[in-house]
Design a protein around this ligand. Structure first.
Ligand code: DAH
Length: 349
């Protein structure tokens, strides 16, 4: 009697278990057969009423039905899940042929670029690039550079004093020489350059700016002479402006170097032939430099009988003006980026 019921359910099952991609249909079937009042569930609870000798067979048949259903259910569920996933992927697919939103890029500033080029040249020769404060003490900006209070050389660098006559806006990057030597605590060699802002009470015009970028350099080691400086300047300017650029020294005067020189390079505008840029001399002065004064070494803890060095300083705007054919230093400090930034025109389109 009970086996008959099992067969009825089996037949029904064979008809019901059709292919479907509808989750609802699948779930209704699950309720119909395995739900609380499902057909297979009911058969299962019938077992207790089956006479003992038939129990085993009945149980096996019911189990078979359950396995058949579960197999069908798992397989169909997997097919439906895959279908749902594929539909979602298709819907969410990114169309890579769509034009992207344009990202506005900055453009390199030519002054920054020149400074970076100078840094690269010196780093390739083993120099460190260091930093120093723009608000500086009189002691570092002047005194320890061999320029005592009241010395007439201070007039040449009309200085912005901030507090009394001790705290100022540095008028040159040379104080970083002193700071570097003091920090070096006698360690050798010292090879550093320091690019940074400097300030002077100048009236702004085509060639003066009350704030400008200076690059300072210092090397301290054994047996350093002017010829080392000459070689270094040659490397720098050939790398910046091309192999045919030459350098020459002219005697000069700075309190922190002895001897002191001005470094000229052949005019990049006329290649030394003479033009208005070089006032028809073929040369332009670009650097102040010299052999570090013994007093400066001594004050910063280096014995001048043992150590020697060279130092130099130059304005970065000057180089950028030559390189990019700009004839007014104020160009760097107005808000018009068209002249001071390198825009990659192709990129803009
Ligand atoms: N600081 C000097 C200036 O502003 C430039 C200079 C000259 C720097 C000679 C040096 C140097 O280190 O040795 O005019």
């Amino acid at each position: 009697m009970e086996n008959k019921r099992v067969n009825e359910v089996k037949e029904m099952l064979q008809k019901d278990l059709v292919e479907t991609d509808d989750l609802k249909v699948l779930d209704d079937l699950r309720v119909k057969y395995l739900g609380k009042k499902g057909l297979i569930t009911e058969l299962n609870s019938e077992i207790k009423n089956v006479p003992n000798e038939e129990k085993k067979e009945f149980g096996m048949l019911v189990n078979e039905l359950r396995n058949t259903f579960n197999e069908y259910f798992d397989k169909t569920k997997e097919i439906i899940d895959t279908k749902i996933l594929n539909e979602r992927l298709e819907k969410e697919a990114i169309d890579i042929s769509l034009p992207a939103t344009k990202i506005e890029l900055g453009a390199p500033n030519i002054l920054e670029k020149v400074i970076e080029e100078v840094e690269e040249v010196f780093m390739s020769m083993g120099y460190d690039v260091v930093d120093g404060p723009e608000i500086e003490e009189d002691k570092y900006n002047f005194e320890m550079l061999n320029i005592p209070k009241g010395h007439p050389a201070r007039d040449a660098q009309d200085t912005f004093y901030i507090e009394g006559d001790e705290i100022l806006l540095r008028s040159q990057t040379s104080p970083v020489q002193v700071r570097t030597m003091l920090k070096g605590e006698g360690k050798i060699p010292i090879r550093m350059i320091c690019p940074g802002k400097t300030y002077r009470r100048d009236d702004d015009d085509a060639s003066h700016s009350h704030q400008f970028m200076q690059i300072e350099g210092l090397l301290v080691d054994k047996d350093i002479s002017l010829s080392d400086l000459k070689g270094t300047m040659d490397v720098l300017f050939k790398r910046l402006f091309g192999k045919d650029v030459e350098t020459r020294f002219r005697p000069s005067y700075y309190q922190f170097t002895e001897p002191s020189v001005e470094v000229d390079i052949t005019c990049v505008n006329c290649h030394g032939k003479g033009c208005p840029v070089c006032k028809h001399t073929g040369w332009v002065t670009v650097v102040g430099a010299g052999v570090v004064h013994p007093n400066v070494l001594r004050m910063s803890g280096y014995d001048p009988d043992v150590w020697s060095g060279f130092a130099f300083g130059f304005g970065a705007e000057r180089l950028a003006m030559m390189k990019y054919d700009i004839n007014d230093i104020r160009t760097f400090y107005n808000a018009d980026l068209r002249e001071t930034c390198i825009f990659d025109r192709e990129d803009e389109e």
